[in-house]
Design a protein around this ligand. Structure first.
Ligand SMILES: Nc1ncnc2c1ncn2[C@@H]1O[C@H](COP(=O)(O)OP(=O)(O)OP(=O)(O)O)[C@@H](O)[C@H]1O
Ligand SMILES: [Mg+2]
Length: 615
């Protein structure tokens, strides 16, 4: 009963990390390679260490279960060669004993195998749970700087396909390797103990088996890699098409995309076929070696039984052992594949976990529960990573309660300045202060409470409209939520939604327009009631006809807190106490809007151009 199972070498598309097609493929030096390996092992160790006892328990179960499995044929040999002759001379005990021993071994093997499968699952799931939580928490904690350079496709594949590859290894790979190796070891020992000549035959059979396995490993590593690359390319193309579906439709890319998809799918089909075909040779090859071995043992052993050099029972046991000896090889060769993809995954996940946030929480946080909202830039210079200087040395003082409008051309550095106040980044030189406290030493909670930034994207999370507003202040009552919406002029349209405040924003009918999204995020900010409010193009999607209403809502939102408004529409700027004109990261004009309009500077020119555009 040969087991020929054609298992595709991990054909699931999910097992192929998105982004392997280039992004992660960086040539490493030898030293770096060693460091990467050390990092991976350290991660594995840190997952295993708290579960040492359980690990040892699992390994013990594996060893015992395999010993029980191997005991069967030896008991049969004893039964035939010793218990049967004893029975002929009237002693029934040996045969009863042999039967009982066989039964015990069989039951033990079953129970122990069930035990180690359960123990392995518990162990691997505990490790994976730990890892999943770590990856999520860590990725979320990393600074914006990291998220801007690490594409979301890569992060997604860390959390999905990489963890999946590790799951395969931990769930089945390691235990099948361990049980396979133990099984072969015990079987080989039993064969040698029964009859060393057959042991030598077994050693001889190792040669073709080794050659076949090496052949398979080499080919399958190539085929498997090809399969992963093909599936990664397929997934990347799919994600790109579907996330950019609007542009696809707008520019009628459907046909071209479909053709590209056809090609990629065909590549993937071929690559998968190739690896399946390898298994189609390898697995029957192993079975064949096992069966040839059986024939040789039968021939050689048969003659020796005739000579009296070997007993019949021993021969039967040897035949059973020979036939089953090579069975685990196929699983172990599979292990090689899952090991390769899992170690690649481990390298990437450990690399992600090694990233440190560039914006770190303070060691000795300064509490500022009731910030007044005075903002100061003290000799601030800023560059993104090691890029060019975006803000060259800036000194700026915004007294508490002032409404400042930031204007300037695209790329002037307006958003950058805003992000520094919200501490999405730390300045490369100098310091940004809130009420005289360096943001780097301000307690994170207090910073988040004091500074709120509303951006153009106005992201809504899944949940109801009310949930989304309540994000501003978790635990806010329905009255407070409604009052916030009323204050910014969002109440009207929310009431008109199918289920009012309880409308799910992701459901049909709950889908709100870009402008409505911005109003919801205003309400959210109003509820948060920060000392410093930053609006970065946050009014860009609000329509001109409702401008009066928007202006009113905005006035209420600003109240008497410190505010920084970045807007292309100059009517929004008019409500400011002060205008800063930014150019190439420098403040080139600074004054009250009325004063600047009267002057000859850029703001006056901008204002004039804007007035012209309105008529
Ligand atoms: N994440 C980033 N990494 C590297 N460089 C960046 C990053 N964000 C912005 N920059 C660069 O910093 C400069 C200022 O960008 P910023 O976003 O502050 O401009 P902006 O004034 O807000 O422009 P816009 O009006 O178009 O929003 C630009 O030259 C831009 O290329
Ligand atoms: Mg900007």
């Amino acid at each position: 009963m040969s087991r020929v199972r054609f298992r595709p070498a991990r054909a699931s598309a999910a097992a192929a990390p998105v982004g392997t097609a280039g992004e992660d493929a960086v040539e490493l030096t030898r030293g770096q390679n060693r460091a990467v390996r050390r990092r991976s092992l350290a991660l594995l160790g840190s997952l295993l260490r708290p579960r040492r006892a359980r690990f040892l328990f699992t390994i013990t179960l594996v060893v015992l279960s395999q010993a029980a499995r191997v005991a069967g044929p030896a008991v049969i040999a004893f039964g035939i060669d010793h218990a049967l002759p004893a029975l002929q001379s009237g002693a029934r005990l040996p045969l009863l004993g042999a039967g009982a021993a066989y039964l015990t071994a069989a039951v033990l093997a079953g129970v122990l195998t069930a035990g180690y499968v359960a123990a392995t699952a518990a162990l691997s799931q505990a490790m994976l749970l730990d890892l999943r939580l770590r990856v999520f928490r860590h990725t979320q904690r990393l600074s914006l700087e990291f998220h801007e350079k690490y594409t979301s496709g890569r992060i997604i594949s860390r959390q999905t396909s990489d963890l999946e590859a590790l799951r395969e290894l931990l769930d089945s790979g390691i235990s099948s390797l361990a049980s396979g190796a133990m099984y072969m070891l015990f079987t080989a020992v039993s064969i040698f103990l029964l009859d060393w000549q057959t042991g030598l035959l077994l050693l001889a059979a190792f040669v073709p088996m080794y050659l076949l396995t090496r052949w398979y490993q080499k080919r399958s590593a190539i085929a498997y890699r090809g399969q992963r690359v093909a599936s990664a390319a397929l997934i990347v193309h799919f994600i790109e098409t579907m996330t950019g579906i609007r542009a696809v439709k707008a520019f009628r890319r459907e046909h071209a995309n479909a053709e590209r998809n056809d090609e990629l799918t065909e590549d993937y089909r071929l690559a998968t076929m190739r690896s399946i075909n390898l298994n189609g040779v390898f697995q029957p090859g192993l079975v064949l070696i096992g069966n040839v071995m059986v024939a040789v043992v039968l021939l050689a052993g048969g003659f020796r039984v005739l000579d009296g050099g070997l007993e019949v029972g021993a021969l039967l046991a040897l035949l059973l052992y020979s036939k089953r000896f090579f069975q685990p090889v196929d699983q172990m060769a599979m292990f090689y594949n899952s090991f390769q993809s899992a170690s690649a995954a481990l390298e990437k996940v450990s690399g992600l976990l090694e990233e440190v946030p560039t914006v770190r929480p303070p060691k000795h946080p300064v509490q500022l529960p009731h910030a007044a909202g005075e903002v100061r830039f003290d000799g601030v210079e800023f560059r993104y990573g090691d890029g060019p200087v975006v803000l060259p040395r800036m000194d700026l003082h915004v007294p508490a309660g002032q409404t400042v409008a930031l204007v300037g051309a695209t790329g002037a550095g307006k958003s950058t300045l805003a992000k520094l106040i919200a501490r999405f980044y730390d300045p490369s030189e100098g310091a940004v202060q809130l009420d005289g406290v360096d943001l780097r030493s301000l307690a994170q909670q207090d910073l988040r409470r004091a500074v709120v930034m509303v951006t153009q994207e106005a992201f809504l999370f899944s949940g109801s409209v009310a949930d989304n507003i309540a994000l501003g202040r978790p635990g806010a009552s329905r009255e407070e939520i409604v009052r916030a919406a009323q204050a910014v002029g969002a109440h009207g349209f929310i009431e008109a939604l199918p289920e009012g405040y309880d409308t799910d924003v992701n459901k049909r009918g709950g889908r709100v327009s870009a402008g409505q999204r911005q109003l919801i995020s205003f309400a959210r900010a109003f509820l948060a009631d920060p000392a410093v409010l930053i609006l970065d193009e946050a009014t860009s999607s609000l329509d001109i006809p409702s401008e009066r209403q928007v202006q009113q809502g905005l006035q209420t939102l600003l109240g008497n807190r410190t505010a920084l408004i970045i807007a292309h529409r100059l009517s929004t700027v008019e409500i400011a106490d002060r205008v800063l004109v930014l150019d190439g990261g420098r403040v080139v004009e600074d004054g009250a809007p009325a004063d600047l309009i009267r002057g000859e500077g850029r703001y006056a020119a901008l204002q004039a151009a804007w007035q012209d555009s309105l008529v």
